[in-house]
Write a protein that binds this ligand. Structure first.
Ligand code: PMP
Length: 301
């Protein structure tokens, strides 16, 4: 098996030896931020957009990343090269660092910047062909006034509770609502519905992460001539939609064919969903930052 190297604050450490302190506030309190990024054929898909979101999360929680965006971009590219992967999943984490056994982030002086690059674990092919069954769970999405879902923080307990409820219901993903009852997103994906050829996705103020994939799909759909509306909607709108799909870095674009036992459309992935997935997969190898030079890429082919 190939060795894996983890970037930790400028150094490379073997995967098996990559550890952080138990006094790191990322571990003690979930105090930190992260990004999940994909590499497709040596292209770090939408790397700059992910970095922009990372720095916005940092700004929001008053966490000073000890590198510039350009330095982190370079580090990500280098970490992919170091692991000699052309298709990969990257987990970029910045934690508040080691502190005391009290909440105070001012007692933490050394933020940890970690880049893990590993093989991608794709969802099974059948899920894309047959579509997902999901349920609405009782746990509501975090209230933006408490912990804004726009911040991709290490505090994912809200999402984990949602995932537990999805597991208990025996389904792969869940639908979450905000406290007003409007549809927010999945446990780790954004949601779209299609009605009479028009696409709808909740605006992020409803309580959803501003997903990078979500934005790509909005742009792609508009380029293809569809109208896309970012407006709040309810479970009822989901039940009566022609198509429903989820978007995310890991899931890409995945159809949902059953929501709370209501069959969506004819119970099969819809044509617009499939078209967007196809177009999305064309874009992922070109729209981003290339890790390998053209000559290197040719050698590997
Ligand atoms: N919502 C949540 C809560 C997420 O964690 C994610 C990322 N897994 C998404 C949406 C999708 O965002 P992206 O397309 O940037 O991966």
């Amino acid at each position: 098996m190939e060795e894996r190297w983890v970037y930790m604050n400028g150094d490379y450490v073997r995967k098996e030896e990559a550890v952080v302190s138990i006094f790191d506030h990322g571990f003690l309190y979930g105090d930190g931020i992260f990004e999940g990024i994909r590499v497709y054929e040596g292209n770090v898909f939408k790397l700059r957009e992910h970095l922009k979101r990372l720095y916005e999360s940092a700004q929001s929680i008053l966490l000073k990343i000890p590198y510039t965006m350009e330095e982190i971009e370079q580090a990500v590219v280098e970490a992919v090269r170091k692991n000699n992967l052309r298709n990969a999943y990257i987990r970029l984490v910045v934690s508040r660092g080691k502190g005391e056994l009290c909440l105070d982030p001012d007692k933490c002086s050394n933020p940890q910047v970690i880049i893990i690059v590993d093989q991608v674990k794709m969802w099974p092919k059948e899920m894309y062909e047959n579509g997902l069954k999901i349920v609405t769970v009782p746990t509501r999405r975090n209230v933006p006034d408490a912990l804004n879902p726009k911040i991709k923080s290490l505090n994912y307990l809200n999402n984990i509770l949602v995932k537990i409820e999805a597991n208990q219901a025996g389904v792969g993903e869940a639908l979450t609502l905000n406290t007003d009852g409007y549809v927010a997103e999945g446990s780790g994906d954004n949601i779209f519905i299609v009605k009479r050829g028009v696409l709808y996705t909740p605006p992020s103020y409803v309580g959803a992460l501003e997903g990078i994939t979500r934005q790509v799909i909005i742009e792609l759909a508009r380029e293809l001539g569809y109208t896309v509306k970012e407006e709040p909607f309810t479970r009822h709108d989901v039940f009566v939609a022609d198509e429903v799909f989820l978007t995310g870095t890991a899931a890409e674009v995945i159809s949902v064919v059953n929501v709370d036992s209501r069959v969506i459309g004819d119970g099969k992935p819809g044509p617009i969903t499939l078209q967007l997935l196809e177009e999305f997969r064309k874009r992922v190898t070109v729209d981003g930052v290339q890790v390998y030079t053209a000559a290197e890429a040719d050698v590997e082919k």
